[in-house]
Design a protein around this ligand. Structure first.
Ligand code: MN
Length: 138
């Protein structure tokens, strides 16, 4: 048994290579001893979002607070709220993040690949792409 106490690790700030805006990440499950399960609690500040990316084995996100947005390549931007769960297919290019005026917190869960990679990263989501989101009060 291993307990990692709250406060035992510093909250990480998301790299500007992979995120636009300010994003904070806390590990929830770390791959080890043959387990490939990786999970993180991610806090997106208003307007913050991932770059376009893909997960080798797909990914589930579960929204726990705020209002968020997500999109798969070629699809519409979807508004997501607490209790919503989204699965991105293996290799499906997508992004996720906060609405422009709201925080969004989600639990992200995925299996890493043989090399321990959780994602492959592409271009940032431009302001024009992000600005195509539907209003969140509709
Ligand atoms: Mn993702």
């Amino acid at each position: 048994m291993q307990i990692v106490r709250n406060g035992g690790e510093k909250t990480a700030v998301g790299s500007s290579e992979w995120f636009t805006g300010v994003v904070y990440l806390d590990p929830v499950a770390v791959p080890s001893n043959g387990s490939r399960l990786s999970a993180s609690m991610v806090h997106f500040t208003p307007g913050a979002r991932t770059a376009w990316h893909r997960h080798p084995h797909g990914q589930t996100i579960y929204v726990v607070e705020g209002v968020g947005l997500c999109q798969r390549r070629g699809g519409p931007i979807e508004v997501i709220r607490p209790g919503d769960r989204v699965f991105f297919e293996p290799g499906e290019e997508h992004w996720h993040g906060a609405a422009p005026t709201r925080f969004m917190i989600h639990l992200a869960m995925h299996d890493v690949d043989e090399e321990g990679r959780s994602a492959t990263w592409g271009p940032h989501v431009t302001d024009a792409e992000y600005g195509a989101a539907p209003p969140i009060d509709a």
